[in-house]
Design a protein around this ligand. Sequence first.
Ligand code: NAD
Ligand code: MG
Length: 338
Amino acid sequence: MATIYYESDCDPSVLTGKRIAVIGYGSQGHAHALNNQDSGNSVVVGARPDSRAWSAATADGVAVETVADATAQGDIVMVLVPDHVQAGVYRDQIAPNLRAGSMLMFAHGFSIRFGAIEPSPEVDVAMIAPKGPGHLVRRQYLDGIGVPGLVALHQDATGNALALALAYGHGLGCARGGLIETTFTEETETDLFGEQAVLCGGTTQLVKMGFETLVEAGYQPEIAYFECLHELKLIVDLMWEGGLAGMRYSISDTAEYGDLTRGPRVIDEHVRENMRKLLADIQDGTFAREMMAEEAAGRPNFQRLREQNADHQIEQVGAKLRAMMPWIGEKAAVKPGA
Ligand code: NAD
Ligand code: MG
């Protein structure tokens, strides 16, 4: 059984008198800074002068400094710039200002697991990784609930790293849902696998292929959109609340029989083989090397794929249909471009 820490296992007072530097103010950064500040912790954001991050943090009422100055102030330095820029920001601005005995933190183990950052042995290195998008980490905190998270230690120079990491997770609101103990390796590999095979890659491809199959067979794109994308949320909500059985309890017997007999024909043993190959590419560093080379080349492939996907018919049809359901946009956790 996994070790899971809840609020009663955390001692927020170990952060008394300590300052948290949150480096970056994007999806995760804004949630970490605001939640910790609202929880009574002392927070400073590190950002580039004249950036949108700087003005957004200022408008939200959080202290902002350059990355170098925020790091110098931080007893805890949480690195929330994108994974592919972390090594450069660490080398040039964080490492020279990181005090011995302070704690370097991450929300994803990529840079440590694949060796892009090798911290000095004089600092603690820990992870609090919320298992959800940053905007929900903020929204659920405000709602008095919390996205669960992972906690891991890479270095415990002070002997206090776990207590500090748990207090940080408590301030972030993740201890409400539970902080599962893991390692940087397990977090990094399972996180990459989940987003590639199931959550993002697997799901978007499943939705697109379902939509295309119906449209190609002559059905109306609007019907195909509702069937393959819109309704997915309703089904996933039931799974989230009650597991696969909870969802199956709610659907009709016709739907359940189709699910049980046809599901394994769609997602078959070839898919399992493909999933194993994705996992192997993650474990041996092939994916990380490819992603870093893509970045170094200026993202040619990434950019092309983004554009291709943005032009897909499902996006055009969806935009029109969602405009007729304004409540969806009003409740959105994130407004693209905002
Ligand atoms: P993001 O792209 O939303 O935000 C990055 C922030 O870093 C922005 O404020 C940007 O202005 C700033 N930034 C970029 N380059 C910079 C530089 N050179 N110097 C200073 N600031 C710079 O990133 P994110 O999605 O919040 O990801 C941050 C970390 O959190 C990553 O390690 C990611 O894997 C992890 N994570 C993200 C999510 C998520 O919900 N997006 C979930 C779990 C973990
Ligand atoms: Mg993830």
